[in-house]
Design a binder for this molecule. Structure first.
Ligand code: GDP
Ligand code: IMO
Ligand code: MG
Length: 431
């Protein structure tokens, strides 16, 4: 029996995790975010609207779900406030169902200012971050100078900590980057205000989630970003600043990995990436433009166009090696519907030899040439199909080949952006 399920991104983010978590949350008791921040943009499409969530777990639309934000998340009180405001128009009992860890690191406006200043200073070597302040917030956490959610509840201590941290941020902003200082007292005031509405939402997430699991409740863990953006295993330095794989659950939610029953990786039927960094199968031609247009490939957080390319089984194999996926959820199959033929990258040519694994180094990946296998398209619509048997033969062959090359069974398929556009296979039958 599957009681706990981790859903993580198997590529460079935006694989469709939000939609899939929403689909898999109808019978669960809790959905837990464990890393990242409001750099994430998770889209849910219901009958009458499209919703983009950044910090609030994507199970929130289901009435029985408690949505936990674990300690591993860098939390901007402003961003959370805005998201709660927007969502409260459609979800009535929001404040009873969103819970925040008292150990979350606070992400402040000065983190965003530093993020933007650093990127500007990097010029052509910029990472292409989401400008949300994610990197600087995690830096402060690791350097042991960050503010945590629990600091919000002692305003005097908070004042001292804000002043100390802002001294440091303003030194960097002014002396290193020539940018304007940010007033510590304004940040202190807005954090004091935030403490009022946040207090009732704050809890010990590790304790609450552990006891739910121990009592037999169904719990889903929602990854943000994707394995190739992992700070340790991704295409460094073109990565985000958190651990995006299942390891992030033990540190960022406080639940031992032994308590995770299954891991599902969400992967697109092709590949996309936002921001800079190596991308061996990237297309710069009309096919790439067709994928971008049909897939509406624009970032859900920043609106930037996503770079598009063929499915890269080397990357997903590597992600599987790092995380052990029980199943793949292949999304956006419908985007490939009209293509004459489809390529899959099976391995790379590097330094005159064939390689079927990557070292995570961005420098090496930059020099890898993809080797492709070509398969015929299916010239038929898969859009909205919910029964595996109804998929065109060539679409099934394509999915089987992805499974063979990655070594992971296909457990779920998404054939459109809406909730019902999904095919479940045996692996998830007990979920
Ligand atoms: P996430 O960050 O992994 O949650 O993914 P995003 O929400 O950033 O991006 C995925 C986009 O693809 C969203 O606009 C979804 O509505 C859309 N989407 C998800 N699954 C499918 C699918 O199977 N087909 C199509 N056409 N669109 C999909
Ligand atoms: P979801 O959860 C895709 C990318 C940025 C940039 C790099 C570092 O929606 O899949 P950061 O602001 O995190 O310091 O940026 O990571 N990035 C994402 N790309 N989807 C995301 O989240 C991303 N979050 C960050 O574009 O390349
Ligand atoms: Mg996204």
């Amino acid at each position: 029996m599957t009681q706990t399920l981790a859903v993580i991104g198997g590529q460079w983010g935006d694989e469709g995790k939000g939609k899939i978590v929403d689909c898999l949350s109808s019978a669960v008791n809790a959905v837990v975010r464990f890393q990242g921040g409001h750099n994430a943009g998770h889209t849910l499409v219901t009958d009458d609207r499209s919703i983009v969530l950044h910090l609030i777990p994507a199970g929130i639309l289901h009435r029985a779900v408690t949505a936990f934000i674990g300690n591993g998340v860098v939390l901007s009180p402003e961003a959370l406030y805005d998201e709660l405001q927007k969502l409260s128009e459609i979800v009535r009992d929001l404040k009873e169902r969103v819970r925040i860890s008292d150990d979350c690191t606070l992400l402040l406006p000065s983190h965003a200012a530093l993020d933007v200043a650093r990127e500007k200073a990097k010029g052509s070597r910029a990472i292409g971050t989401t400008s949300r302040g994610i990197g600087p917030a995690y830096e402060d956490k690791i350097a042991r100078r960050a503010l945590k959610v629990h600091h919000l509840f002692d305003h005097e201590l908070l004042g001292e900590k804000v002043s100390e941290l802002l001294d440091y941020h303003n030194f960097l902003l002014g002396q290193r980057f020539g940018e304007e200082a940010i007033a510590a007292n304004l940040i202190h005031d807005s954090l004091c205000e935030a403490s009022q509405w946040m207090l009732p939402l704050v809890t010990d997430v590790s304790r609450d989630v552990s006891s739910l699991v121990d009592n037999g409740s169904k719990v889903l863990f929602e990854g943000a970003q994707g394995v190739m953006l992992d700070i340790d295993h991704g295409t460094y330095p073109y990565v985000t600043s958190s651990n995006t794989g299942i390891g992030g659950i033990s540190t960022g939610a406080g639940l031992p990995l032994a308590k995770i029953n299954k891991t599902l990786a969400v992967v697109k039927a092709y590949t996309t990436r936002v921001g800079a960094g190596p991308f061996p199968t990237e297309l710069h031609d009309s096919v790439g433009n067709r994928l971008a247009a049909r897939g509406v490939e624009f970032g859900a957080t920043t609106g930037r166009p996503r770079r598009c390319g063929w499915f890269d089984s080397v990357l997903v194999r590597r992600a599987h090696q790092l995380n052990h996926f029980d199943g793949l959820c292949v999304t956006k199959l419908d985007v490939l519907d009209e293509l004459e033929s489809i390529k899959i990258c099976t391995n790379y040519q590097y330094d005159g030899r064939s390689v079927d694994n990557i070292t995570s180094s961005a420098i090496r990946l930059q020099q890898c040439e993809p080797v492709y296998e070509e398969m015929p398209g299916w010239h038929d619509a898969t859009y909205g199909i919910t029964d595996y048997q109804k998929l065109p033969q060539n679409a099934k062959k394509y999915l089987m080949r992805i499974s063979e090359l990655t070594g992971v069974p296909v457990a779920m398929i998404s054939t459109g952006p809406n909730r019902p556009h999904v095919i479940y296979r045996e692996l998830l039958s007990d979920w």
